[in-house]
Ligand binder design. Structure first.
Ligand SMILES: [Zn+2]
Length: 122
């Protein structure tokens, strides 16, 4: 299935196409653009497919598990971990509420697969 000519997609936008490097913005279904994920897909000359994900993660207490001071403490420990180890783990939420959105992500993955296959067959 060659979906490389797919133009419009529901909440998945191709923002740049440099032949060996594609950029997408995948919107969260909650409509808060701060939750969107930027995806960079890079096809390198060694046949390696690199995927870079960029998004805004938040130390938040959506369900009030930690309370105000608990949330502040989580932020402090996270910063200290980053300071002394150079890394930290976080998770974020991303909503998929509509089947069209899921189909758009599937089409996005097909496009990457098709583009990768074309590069390997050159
Ligand atoms: Zn969201």
């Amino acid at each position: 299935m060659d979906t490389s000519e797919t133009q419009a997609s529901y909440r998945v936008m191709k923002t740049h196409d440099f032949n060996d490097c594609l950029f997408y913005r995948i919107a969260c279904d909650c409509t808060d653009t701060n939750h969107d994920v930027e995806v960079e897909v890079e096809f390198d000359k060694n046949g390696i497919l690199w995927v870079f994900l960029t998004g805004q993660l938040t130390v938040a207490d959506w369900w009030n598990h930690y309370g105000f001071f608990g949330t502040i403490w989580k932020r402090i420990t996270l910063v200290l971990k980053l300071l002394f180890t150079g890394w930290f783990e976080m998770n974020g939420e991303f909503l998929l509420l509509d089947e069209k959105h899921i189909d758009s992500i599937i089409n996005f993955l097909h496009e990457i697969k098709d583009r990768n296959a074309k590069r390997k067959n050159k």
